[in-house]
Design a protein around this ligand. Structure first.
Ligand SMILES: [Zn+2]
Length: 171
């Protein structure tokens, strides 16, 4: 059983998330958004052109109300917020998964699911809305090789790293 303060935090987060998902923010369109919508010739979801038979709609984020772009009505209906938070770990199956699984038993009040390789190794498992995924099962190379390959095409691919570690890129 998790400590009382920990379960209170979990309950608070669960209620906040449930409230956010149940009360989507209405669309908030600026004049510029309206201009972009009218000028859009392609759906921002599938990147295909709008044809006469298609219904063009204003897609927006239900969490912020922000206009995301013009979309086909069908694409807009299929384009939903995921109901889980993906947590990507490289080689989860052989290392981190064991450590995480030892701690998962403490959260008996949350739903636990897994996609197993065998009794000890998992491709993916989920705890409540958290879904742990082993990226090594999809990209079978070491992180060192993946980063080296990416770096050969230039440092522009390291957008998030660059944002967080500005000093590293100055030297
Ligand atoms: Zn579309």
């Amino acid at each position: 059983m998790p400590p009382k303060s920990s379960s209170s935090v979990c309950l608070l987060k669960k209620n906040v998330l449930k409230n956010i998902y149940k009360n989507p923010k209405p669309l908030n369109m600026s004049n510029e958004d309206e201009r972009l919508f009218n000028a859009s010739r392609k759906c921002h979801v599938c990147q295909k052109y709008f044809k006469k038979a298609h219904i063009k709609v204003r897609d927006h984020c239900h969490l912020t109300g922000r206009f995301r772009g013009a979309a086909h009505a069908d694409c807009n209906l299929k384009y939903k917020q995921p109901k889980f938070l993906p947590i990507l770990l490289h080689n989860l199956r052989n290392f981190d998964g064991h450590i995480i699984c030892q701690a998962i038993g403490k959260f008996k009040h949350l739903n636990i699911n897994c996609i197993p390789n065998n009794m000890e190794k998992y491709v993916s498992f989920s705890l409540g809305r958290l879904r742990f995924i082993d990226t090594y099962q999809f990209v079978n190379a070491s992180l060192e090789n993946l980063v080296s390959n990416l770096a050969m095409d230039g440092l522009d691919h390291f957008k998030h790293f660059r944002k967080e570690f500005t000093d590293f890129f100055r030297s």
